[in-house]
Design a protein around this ligand. Structure first.
Ligand code: NAD
Length: 408
């Protein structure tokens, strides 16, 4: 196996769904030829048409000329099976979020591809080492986590498995650069940097709905802080049903009080923007989130059924709990070495999660507040609300030394 970095000239993408489509365009735009596989031929056909349509749209907008559109389209071809893609330098897998399925695909590809080829997964959260273990080339396996829509969002999380080689990382970083991405290397943990931090942030938002807030209020507070979207508008864009289905598939987590509102929305077919209704209402063809009193009534009903005594929750509390949840998890990610620096975490949040640019990212924001102050505020939350607010060890250490995350 080669230990020197090599340039990726030919790639294959497995999966022609939402993410596969964007990833294919990222590669084609960067001059990489792409062979595309999906086990559903109809899906692949639709996806090829969607890509052609996106380029035609870019031409109409004057962003590229027809010749450039033709060149990019010519770089993309449908492949009938894995044998057809045996000579590529890189495969990016973007099939359903299911570990066994991904392992099966990696095992099969490992047996066919040249030894130096890289195998990447676009998984949002799954264990890269468990995927790599299905192959005999774990040094050549890594995560390439694109954000939706992949051809537009700047962020690329490059996930380093326990055995990923420096050469493989280097090749991925070089590719990220060619695609014009902001690449951040993350260690392997559930959700990597971005989605791992999102989890406690969203959990607080969901808890506040049960305790007395309404979706619009939570979103307004965070958007007032400068976020591009509050968490519930974000869920409407992503699709509330994705996590619902994942919980169903995994057979766990469906009973937690915090997800009961999501569950009810999904049972009603309110999956978000794509179904015209989610936490908000959308007029046909519109992406404008409109307040829906039916959702407020549902929030009230579910929290009362669960026995909550509702109380007024103001924007200060919403910001405090959501932002400190982000910062505390970010600190854990830093102390565990999952992120190389606080700046990397900030890059993830600025480029992938709509964190306000003028605040510099969650870790820079915390530094600006002062870590001694953040530490006190986390302790106060711990006293009021329990263990989940226990400050990360790193925050206490840095606060005691009068230092910030950026001084580490
Ligand atoms: P999707 O459901 O839109 O598309 C999945 C595609 O995979 C479908 O076209 C399906 O036909 C195809 N497929 C399924 N099994 C296959 C197989 N055995 N061989 C070949 N093709 C197969 O899914 P998506 O939203 O594009 O997500 C794909 C991956 O990207 C998941 O791991 C997901 O977690 C991750 N991801 C999704 C998002 C997002 O916002 N949607 C963001 C980042 C990462």
């Amino acid at each position: 196996m080669s230990q020197t970095s090599f340039e990726i000239q030919q790639a294959a993408v497995i999966g022609a769904g939402t993410m596969g489509r964007g990833i294919v365009m990222c590669l084609a735009n960067a001059g990489v030829s792409v062979q595309w596989v999906d086990n559903n031929p109809q899906m692949l056909e639709q996806a090829l048409m969607a890509v052609a349509e996106t380029y035609a749209h870019n031409v109409r907008q004057g962003r590229i000329d027809q010749a450039e559109a033709d060149t990019r389209i010519a770089r993309v071809s449908a492949a009938a099976d894995y044998a057809t893609i045996r000579n590529v330098d890189l495969v990016i897998e973007a099939v359903y979020e299911n570990l066994e399925l991904k392992q099966k695909i990696f095992r099969e590809l490992d047996g066919l591809l040249k030894p130096e080829a890289l195998l990447a997964s676009n998984t949002s959260a799954l264990d890269i080492d468990a995927i790599a273990a299905a192959t005999r080339r774990p040094a050549q396996v890594l995560g390439l986590h694109f954000f939706s829509p992949a051809h537009i969002m700047k962020l690329l999380e490059i996930v380093r498995g326990a055995q990923t080689s420096p050469a493989a990382l280097e090749a991925a970083l070089a590719l990220g650069k060619r695609m014009g991405k902001v690449s951040v290397v993350s260690g392997n943990c559930h959700g990597f940097i971005g989605n791992r931090m999102l989890h406690p942030y969203v959990l607080e938002a969901r808890k506040m709905l049960l305790e007395g807030a309404y979706p619009q209020q939570v979103d307004a507070a965070l958007q007032g802080f400068g976020f591009a979207m509050g968490p519930f508008r974000m869920y409407d864009v992503v699709g509330i049903d994705l996590e619902w289905r994942a919980r169903e598939l995994a057979g766990k987590g469906q009973d937690a009080p915090e997800v009961q509102i999501d569950n009810r929305l999904c049972e009603m077919g309110r999956f978000g923007q794509k179904s015209g209704n989610g936490y908000y209402h959308y007029e046909p063809g519109s992406r404008q989130a409109e307040h829906d009193p039916e959702v407020d009534a549902l929030v009230l009903r579910v929290s009362e059924e669960l026995g909550f005594q509702r109380r007024d929750i103001g924007p200060e509390e919403i910001l405090e709990r959501c932002l400190l949840a982000l910062v505390n998890e970010g600190a854990k990610i830093l102390q565990e070495g999952i992120a190389g620096s606080a700046h990397d975490i900030d890059l993830v949040y600025l480029n992938g999660y709509g964190f306000p640019a003028d605040k510099g990212g969650p870790m820079a924001w915390a530094d600006h507040q002062g870590l001694a102050d953040i530490h006190q505020r986390l302790l106060a939350l711990e006293t009021r609300q329990g263990d989940q607010w226990k400050p990360a060890r790193l925050i206490g250490e840095l606060a005691a030394q009068g230092r910030g995350f950026a001084d580490r």
